[in-house]
Design a protein. Structure first.
Length: 90
């Protein structure tokens, strides 16, 4: 039964993502690739829609693909050089 379901799922996947699906199902994919496939499946294999994901309740939300890199709010802030340019020591 599972083999039939996997084959049916495979046929429904856009050809662009079939190799990714095969790697994930064979256990040869990285965690990042598995998360990417999960997100793509969730949005019907639309990268554009996946980029707009706002499902904050999803346990994989923090790891979703196609997001802009955002610096952590806990990273230390480094003073810019502009601050030093205006100061003169007399």
């Amino acid at each position: 039964m599972n083999k039939e379901r996997i084959e049916n799922d495979h046929l429904a996947i856009p050809s662009k993502y079939r190799k990714l699906y095969d790697r994930v199902m064979a256990g040869k994919a990285s965690p990042r690739e598995a998360i990417k496939l999960h997100c793509l499946e969730c949005f019907g294999y639309s990268q554009v829609d996946t980029k707009k994901c706002d499902n904050y309740l999803c346990k994989l939300y923090r790891f979703r693909p196609y997001q802009k890199v955002v610096k952590s709010p806990t990273e230390p802030v480094h003073p810019s050089n502009d601050d030093e340019l205006g100061e003169t020591d007399n």
